[in-house]
Design a protein around this ligand. Structure first.
Ligand code: FAD
Length: 417
């Protein structure tokens, strides 16, 4: 079932009775060529690209809950390609290009809006780093503009420019960054994969990974055993637990990240703005709500919910940067479980078990990576060779020290973020 202006008009005039569910609800088969564990953004995109790019359609995505119930439906929707280090830079650049063609590729409205990302700086040294990062972005073929205070004032006049402690020196502006409707991304990839024959199986938790003589044979689930030639683990905040089913210990810590949304207000924030002197960022949703967040919670946890100390911490940063926000009423807050790697960069790799692959370590930045990660992981699963833009996301870098990539020197050290 395709979407088009004509179709929408026809359905509107005939009582919207012709729409069908976007994906089937199949029973698991006894065996698949590839099983993808985790129906988040990354798992669904992987399944889509396995089918579309590699013609592999005997594929199942096993999701313990429902599609979009994990972090893919809990994030603050920011999409960008403004990384500094080789390894990350080319990967996110590739991912942003896929974002730009996503709605056409999926024939689905993901509300991708390139409204710009502005990273503020508040000192000379931060300005130097912003200039260096901007140069890396431009060298990579992406866009970056270094703005002084006047340039920032034009884009975001609502900020507190005269803050005595943290005056705004300028900002690094990335016009092609922006936001997208997070759960629509999950639905779009789910629909696209299903249309190509992939089975999306919800309410199906993987409880064991079957391995014989160093080779994966399939998985145990709450809906029975399923055999598979290859298995990909793509479970974000649950990565350590699922890898433990195969006897593996990952260099991952799980931490909660919270976000907040206010009542709807008239549009006044043009894009995404991030504070340089505290971990605070904000954008405005299409419904008018101010969507914002800040630091990780200061302890490892599997509880996907918020707490008051972090609410206070984030609100303090918000009031420092834009005191006008004090008049807005917060409607709700929520939390998601982040798979924090020790160098803050992801892992897309084979494991020491034949046929078992891992995709994790997206920390709090994995939404923007969804298309790129799905594309690269599908390439690895199908060909057994790394996809070039993701070639440095190796699991063994934590053992060898080779190719460690830490943008900020913070890794999983939560109180440094
Ligand atoms: C508050 C918040 C704000 C964020 N903001 C941004 C942002 O602005 N920009 C950005 O780029 N990133 C952001 N992120 C990070 C981003 O959301 C994540 O990195 C990304 O969504 C993780 O990948 P995923 O979508 O595949 O994860 P998920 O959606 O969590 O998918 C993993 C799935 O695996 C399933 N699963 C787990 N265990 C099993 C099992 N045993 N069997 C079967 N299924 C299982 C889970 O139920 C889940 O659905 C944010 C995250 C949070 C929480």
């Amino acid at each position: 079932m395709g979407f088009s202006g004509l179709r929408i008009l026809r359905e509107g005039l005939t009582g919207n009775k012709g729409w069908k569910p976007h994906w089937r609800d199949p029973e698991p088969k006894a065996e698949y060529d590839v099983i993808v564990i985790g129906g988040g953004g990354h798992g669904l995109a992987t399944a889509f690209y396995l089918a579309k790019e590699h013609g592999l359609t005997n594929v199942a995505v096993l999701e313990k809950g429902y599609i979009g119930g994990g972090n893919v439906g809990r994030n603050t929707t920011i999409v960008r390609a403004n990384y500094n280090l080789p390894g990350n830079s080319e990967f996110y650049s590739h991912s942003l290009k896929l974002w730009e063609g996503m709605e056409q590729e999926l024939n689905f409205n993901t509300m991708m809006s390139q409204r710009g990302v502005l990273n503020l700086f508040h000192s000379d040294s931060q300005r130097d780093y912003a200039a260096r990062r901007g140069n890396s972005m431009v060298n990579q073929g992406d866009d970056a503009q270094l703005l002084g205070p006047d340039g920032v004032r034009k884009l975001a006049p609502f900020l507190d420019f005269d803050n005595v402690r943290f005056p705004i020196y300028g900002g690094l502006y990335h016009p092609r960054g922006g936001t997208a409707r997070h759960d629509a991304v999950a639905w779009g990839y789910a629909r696209g994969a299903d249309m190509r024959g992939v089975d999306i199986i919800q309410n199906c938790e993987v409880t064991g990974i079957d391995i014989e003589n160093g080779q994966v044979r399939g998985v145990q689930t709450t809906r029975g055993a399923i055999r598979a030639k290859k298995v990909g683990m793509v479970v974000a905040g649950r990565s350590s637990q699922v890898a433990a089913l195969a006897g593996m210990r990952l260099p991952i810590e799980s931490h909660v990240l919270q976000a907040f949304v206010t009542e709807g207000l008239k549009p006044f924030i043009p894009g995404v703005v991030t504070f340089g002197m505290g971990h605070f960022y904000i954008s405005q949703s299409d419904k008018g709500g101010l969507v914002f967040g800040g630091d990780l919670d200061f302890y490892a946890s599997y509880a996907a919910r918020g707490n008051l100390p972090m609410a206070e911490h984030v609100m303090e940063a918000a009031m420092t940067l834009m005191p006008a926000i004090g008049k807005a009423r917060v409607l709700r807050s929520w939390g998601g479980i982040m798979d924090m790697s020790s160098d803050g960069s992801p892992i897309i790799d084979r494991t020491h078990i034949d046929g078992l692959y891992v995709n994790c370590g997206w920390c709090y930045g994995g939404f923007k990576a969804v298309p790129g990660s799905g594309f690269s992981f599908a390439h690895l699963l199908a060909t057994d060779r790394p996809h070039e833009p993701a070639a440095r996301f190796r699991l063994d870098r934590f053992a060898t020290g080779y190719s460690i990539m830490d943008e900020e020197g913070t890794g999983a050290q939560h109180n440094l973020h």
